[in-house]
Design a binder for this molecule. Structure first.
Ligand code: PLP
Length: 400
């Protein structure tokens, strides 16, 4: 053949990393099409293999590298990456539930996950039951012959109640439901979700974790991603087939950004934990607050369960103002903060504040206080600066 023309020569190049090259980060391999050397390799493809390359949506060296690291972090064996934490919840629900099935959620579940259940899942004929995570017998009461999935969350991401996971897991194991935990708060660092001992000596740990990598794993408030992790091969295959049919997947650039943040994750988590505990303790000495909700703070709902299971805590907590304060007063407090920015999410380097109306999230046994809540996500700024900021904003608080 004669040498290719310039147009062809500029197109045909290999995206293969050259032998002899090695660096700190895996390459960012962007691909929809993945090339096969010959048709025999196409015909030999096993779509259930976890390491095969056949279409960019289903895995590239970049996404496989991140999946392996997240699986290790979560204490599982297989991870699937999806475009957000909420997508991780959707994937689990949509892969495991069908019309006529029942699903159990804690009443303090991540609110969009609850809304997905109340709207789409209910519309698809799936019955949704809420249980009180601090009253394990309420989980047992809701467990039926059609229960296929039980969600756990520790702690509730706004009201911060830490449930007795050992007891809840043992109870859920009395059915053949799959047990899934939203592990965004613990992030694989605070406790081992796949090894939580089940009370009474049953099968330990949960079956699935989801982690909103958007929070700690990304760590900079600039990437959205979620992960679904399992230990069991058969369960992973079931999820992965639904994953491929439903078209989930993440881009290589986002995966590379998260890979870049993971090495500092344990250090960031520990630093944010230390600052948050210090600030939570300081807040609990302030007369403006009726309560400070942080699972590692004595007196906070579920403190005992946190203490018996966890070695760390995420850097996020909620302050409850006295009921006498009006929404405008609390808004004035939040607006007066200078170092804390106003926004949703947590786990990033910038501290965040957000006011919430607690009523839709109040559990029967947990947080009954009706006062307005402000959730504080502690970033990586100096804790002295953050404390001074809270102090000056409390000074600006209008008293009724
Ligand atoms: C943020 C969050 C999610 C959702 O993650 P997104 O990436 O924002 O969709 C799910 N669960 C918990 C506990 C979260 O904090």
């Amino acid at each position: 053949m004669k040498p290719p023309s310039i147009a062809t020569a500029l197109i045909h190049q290999s995206g293969r990393a050259p032998d002899g090259f090695e660096a700190a980060m895996p390459g960012t391999f962007r691909a929809s099409t993945v090339y096969f050397p010959d048709m025999a390799s196409v015909r030999a493809l096993d779509r259930d293999r976890f390491d095969s390359y056949w279409y960019g949506l289903f895995g590239t060296p970049t996404t496989y590298a991140l999946q392996a690291k997240v699986a290790r972090l979560e204490g599982g064996r297989h991870t699937l990456l999806v475009p957000s934490g909420m997508a991780a919840i959707s994937l689990v629900d949509m892969a495991l539930l069908k019309s006529g099935d029942e699903v159990l959620l804690p009443e303090n579940a991540y609110v969009t996950g609850r809304e997905l259940a109340a709207h789409e899942l209910a519309a698809w004929g799936i019955r949704v039951h809420l249980y009180d995570p601090l009253q394990p017998e309420s989980l047992s009461r809701q467990l039926g012959g059609q229960t296929r999935l039980v969600w756990l969350e520790a702690p509730g991401s706004l009201t911060m109640e830490f449930p007795d996971l050992c007891d809840l897991i043992a109870r859920a194991r009395r059915s053949d439901a799959v047990i899934a935990l939203d592990n965004t708060w613990g992030c694989g660092l605070a406790f081992d979700a796949f090894a939580v001992p089940a009370e009474g000596g049953g099968k330990a740990g949960v079956d699935i974790t989801v982690n909103a990598l958007t929070k700690y794993a990304s760590g900079s408030g600039d990437v959205l991603m979620g992960a679904v992790t399992t230990r069991d091969d058969a369960l992973h295959v079931r999820l992965r087939r639904a994953y491929m049919r439903q078209g989930w997947g993440v881009g290589a650039d986002d995966a590379a950004l998260v890979l870049r943040s993971l090495p500092s994750l344990p250090v960031r988590y520990a630093a944010q934990d230390a600052s948050a505990r210090r600030l939570a303790a300081w807040c609990s000495g302030r007369p403006e607050f009726a309560a400070v909700l942080h699972p590692a703070l004595q007196g906070s709902p579920g403190y005992r369960h946190w203490a018996s299971l966890c070695r760390a805590a995420a850097g996020v907590f909620t302050v409850v103002f006295h009921e006498t304060l009006r929404t405008e007063d609390v808004d004035c407090f939040v607006d007066s903060l200078a170092c804390f920015r106003i926004g949703y999410s947590w786990g990033g380097s910038t501290s965040l504040a957000m006011a919430y109306d607690p009523r839709p999230w109040r559990s029967e046994s947990g947080v009954r206080r009706a006062g307005p809540l402000v959730r504080l996500s502690i970033g990586l700024e100096s804790a002295d600066d953050l404390q001074a900021d809270l102090e000056q904003a409390l000074g600006a608080l209008r008293r009724p």
